[in-house]
Design a protein around this ligand. Sequence first.
Ligand SMILES: Nc1ncnc2c1ncn2[C@@H]1O[C@H](COP(=O)(O)OP(=O)(O)OP(=O)(O)O)[C@@H](O)[C@H]1O
Length: 388
Amino acid sequence: MNPKDPAMTSTLSPRATRSTDAASGELVLRAVEKSFGSGENRVTAVDHVDLTVHPGEFVTLLGPSGCGKTTTLRMIAGFESPTSGSVLLDGDDMLRFTADRRPMAMVFQSYALFPHMTVFENVAYGLRLRRVPAKQLKEEVGFALASMGLTALAERAPHQLSGGQQQRVALARAMVVKPKVLLFDEPLSNLDAKLRVQMRLEIRRLQRLLGISSVYVTHDQDEAMSLSDRIVVMRNGRIEQVGTPDEIYRTPASVFVADFIGRANFLDVAEASDSSRTGHADIVVLGERMSARAHPDAVQSAASVLMVRPEAIRVRRYAEGDDQVVGNHGRVLNAVFYGESVEYEIETEVGTIVAVVSDPVYEEIVPVGELVGISFDPERAWLLPADA
Ligand SMILES: Nc1ncnc2c1ncn2[C@@H]1O[C@H](COP(=O)(O)OP(=O)(O)OP(=O)(O)O)[C@@H](O)[C@H]1O
C-alpha cells in the first residue's frame, strides 16, 4: 500500500469533504516554478506557470517529452513541492497540505491497484478509510463499479483482469471518493490503440457525469483533442498556448504549436501588411497576393510564415496535354489512399506540400508523377510569426 497515493487517502483530510458543491473545484497555479539540482546541474523543469482550471473543466497538459507536464501534475498532487509560486484550490493554499491531505485523486499509468484485494475492495478502500457506513459504502462502490461496467468482476483480483479492466478499476477507485480534482498521469499509455480510443470516451463521459475538475497529462495529441475542454501546450517548462482544441488547431500561437498539433504546411511569406488591428494581413505567398487571417504578433515579428493545414489544400489535376501550368503547381510525389481520404505529397518550388483530400471516391486519385494545381482558401490559412 502506498500511503502517499492520493486516490487512497484523500478522504482522510479534514478538508477533503466530498464535493457536493457544483461550483467548487477551481484550481489555480500562480507563477509556479520547479528546479531540480543545483549549480551547473540545475534544471528548470517548470518555469513560471500560470493556469486556472475552472470548476468541472477538463484540462490537458500536452507537450513533448521533458517539457514539464508530469512535474506540473505532481506539484498539483503534492508529490513535488514548487521551488516558488502557489497552488490554490477554491482559494485554499494546497502547499500547506501533503499529498494525502489534498482533496484530489490521481489515476496512474501503472494502475497502482492493491494486488491482494478484490476489485470491490480496491474501490471501497478510500471509503473505508473515512469510515463510510457499510450500507452507503456498498451503494457507492456499486455505483462506481456499475458506471465503469465492472459489476460482474467485483470479486476478481486485479491479476485476473485485462489492462483495460484494471484501468477501469483505478478510475472507479478515484471517482468513488468524490475528489474535487481528478489527476491523470498518462493513464492510457499501457493500453493498445483501440482500447485507448474506447477508454478516453469513457473517461470523458464519466468526467462530464461527475463534473469533477480534471487535469490530464499526455503527449498524445489525439487524446488531448478528444478529451479536453482546453489544452495547455507546454514547451521547455513554459506554457506556449492555452486554448480549446479548436483554437489550438486553427489559430496556434506559434509554429511550435502548429507543428505539434496536427500537421501543417508552412509557406514563406514575401510581404505582409500590419494585421494587429484587423485580424487579417495582406500577404504575398506562392507569388499570389491574398488576405489571410493573422496572429496579432505575426507582422510585428521579423518574419512570418503562413500555416495551411493539409485538408485546406485543394488539388486539381491537369488534363493531358494541358500546358497552361499557371499559378501554384507541383508534381505528385506520393499518393496514399486511406479509404475516407487520399493523402498527397506534392513537390513544389517551395518544398513538399502535404494535402489531404476527402471523399476520394468521388474524385479521381491523381497518380504519382502527374502535375497538379494547388490552391487554398486564405480564410483557412493562418499567418504566424516565424519560429524564433
Ligand atoms: N526528480 C528529478 N530530478 C532532476 N530532474 C528532473 C526530475 N524530474 C524531472 N526532471 C527534469 O525536468 C524536466 C521536465 O520533466 P517532466 O517529467 O516534468 O517532463 P514531461 O513533460 O512529463 O516528460 P515525459 O513526457 O517524458 O514524462 C526534464 O528535463 C526532466 O529531466
